[in-house]
Design a protein around this ligand. Structure first.
Ligand code: IMP
Length: 509
């Protein structure tokens, strides 16, 4: 006979945190939101931390290049989606890695005898306003000079003029030589009041560029998530079908984290993939797996000794209809609490700490706070990021309101990418596990995230916590009744949500 659990599936909105003592010396600016992504042994630190406990979902309508760059700058991490060809995913990962390096390999170059017209096109195409000039027009060619959009007037100068007649020639350019430190390069930029410093090798070939704006950006984003070579960090989603081809390509492109994207990770297919990755690449790469919702699923993955973080969540996603379609899943709060309990027991028994990611179904900032208090090391979100300027979808105006399209990976729309690649597939039948929808555009990711993290830190102060570890160790949660949910909202007051309501209100005068 089937086993029926006594417990019922609960969601985050059914819980509240109780305040604990806030100490005088506590201050919001001293709170650390660092979270581990890699498993660790005993008291050893995790080999890969994120600086804020937030990652973006492995989804087409969420984690593209722009979001990945914006989120890594804030200290989080994106998982570039794998529902695309290997080549295009690799291109996205490479773009994030190339975006900021201190020493950047030049992504747009021209030749001395190119015309200004072709330069204008190049600038428009790439968005770059400073272009190195090399003899053969390549990123590593013999350096001849620099040309910027200040060196000519697009609507005044004759665009058939040649670049060499407008560029600053090498003899007048301040440059560094290969081996120069980033600090020294920035000092040169500062001293000579320049925006860009080309770095040349001993033969006079262009090696890389250092930009003032990158230095400024770095100072403005102290939590930026960088790899050992000062490049932005980025994660990449993988699947159980083509990992033998996809993983080597992503590793070569410099992905920092790999993450299986699957609604059900309690499978031998995923374990085959995990084993293959460890056999081929050892333990250097951070490997996330899932999703699971049971202690049994946790044990299966954790006891293999092969995985870093484990994602929890089936059926809670905002665009998800898995529970409706297949009758599989668990209330996200119950799933998380059960798995965290098992993780903590596993840690006590073995000394191995496995970070847990709460994935999907976080409807507001409060739920993010509750998930972290319940023991998630970090959260993965789709809708939250889909609503921002940086998500990869176009803005759409509907009845005067701006929206962005947001669709699940289990929709026909997301799965269509393999229509051609997978034409040999024997799958004749499919059903959708997600929906195709719109979400309101809320503005820039950095602004939205700032509010969320400020709220999180404020709650951590209420709990007397200075780190996310303190937070979950100090947290005391209570279940709430339906009546106390009503009490939590405003009561017996009239709120004007729109100016028209104020205008139309009968003031009795
Ligand atoms: P959200 O943050 O509530 O929008 O949920 C995002 C999460 O939903 C993702 O990280 C996935 O785990 C999950 N998800 C993405 N696409 C689908 C789908 O089509 N069906 C079910 N779950 C999905």
């Amino acid at each position: 006979m089937a086993i029926i659990l006594d417990d019922i599936s609960r969601t985050f909105s059914e819980y509240l945190l109780l305040p604990r003592l806030t100490r005088r010396e506590q201050h919001i600016d001293k709170i650390s939101l660092k979270a581990p992504l890699a498993k660790s042994e005993g008291s050893k630190a995790s080999k890969f931390d994120i600086n804020i406990p937030v990652v973006s979902a492995c989804m087409q309508s969420v984690s593209g290049t722009n979001l990945a760059i914006a989120l890594a700058r804030q200290g989080g991490l994106s998982m570039i989606f794998c529902s695309q060809s290997i080549d295009s995913q690799v291109e996205m990962v490479s773009q994030v890695k190339a975006h900021k390096a201190g020493f950047v390999t030049s992504g747009a170059n021209t030749k001395p005898d190119s015309t200004l017209a072709s330069l204008v096109e190049l600038m428009a195409e790439t968005g770059h306003s400073t272009i190195p000039v090399t003899l053969d027009g390549s990123a590593k060619g013999e350096f001849c000079g620099l040309i910027t959009d200040q060196d000519f007037w697009e609507f005044e100068d004759d665009l058939s003029n040649l670049v060499k007649d407008h560029m600053t020639p090498k003899s007048d350019v301040f440059f560094g030589t290969e081996g120069i430190t980033l600090r020294k390069a920035n000092e040169l930029l500062h001293h000579h009041k320049k925006d860009c410093l080309p770095v040349l090798d001993a033969q006079g070939n262009l090696n890389s560029l250092v930009f003032k704006k990158d230095y400024v950006d770095h100072q403005r984003h102290p939590l930026e998530l960088l790899d050992d070579n000062k490049r932005l960090s980025v994660g990449a989603a993988i699947n159980t079908h083509d990992y033998r081809q996809r993983v080597p390509a992503l590793m070569a492109a410099g992905a920092d984290v790999l993450c299986f994207d699957s609604s059900d990770g309690f499978t031998e297919f995923q374990m085959d993939g995990i084993e293959w990755i460890r056999e081929q690449y050892g333990y250097e790469i951070v490997l996330g797996v899932g999703n699971i919702v049971t202690p049994e699923g946790f044990d299966y993955l954790a006891k293999s000794g092969l995985v870093d973080f484990i994602k929890v969540g089936i059926g809670g996603g905002s665009i998800c209809i898995t529970r409706e379609q297949k009758g599989v899943g668990r209330g996200q709060a119950s799933a998380l609490l059960d798995v965290v309990k098992q993780r903590d027991a596993f840690y006590s028994e073995t000394g191995t700490y496995i970070p847990i990611c709460s994935d999907g179904g976080l409807a507001n900032d409060t739920q993010i706070v509750i998930a972290l208090a319940m023991g998630a090391d970090f959260v993965m979100m789709g809708r939250y990021f889909a609503m921002t300027e940086e998500s990869p979808t176009p803005k759409v105006s509907i009845n005067g309101q701006m929206y962005k399209p947001y669709w699940g990976e289990g929709t026909q729309r997301a799965q269509n990418w393999q229509r051609y690649a997978d034409s040999m597939s024997s799958r004749k039948m499919m059903f959708e596990e997600g929906v195709d929808a719109y979400v309101p555009l809320v503005g820039s990711m950095a602004e939205v995230l700032e509010t969320t993290l400020y709220k999180l830190k404020s709650t951590m102060l209420n709990i007397g916590a200075e780190s996310l570890i303190d937070f979950r160790e100090n947290a005391v949660l209570t279940l709430v009744s339906e009546q106390s949910i009503v009490e939590a909202g405003t009561s017996n007051v009239f709120q004007f949500s729109r100016k028209r309501e104020i205008d139309e209100f009968d003031w009795g005068t």
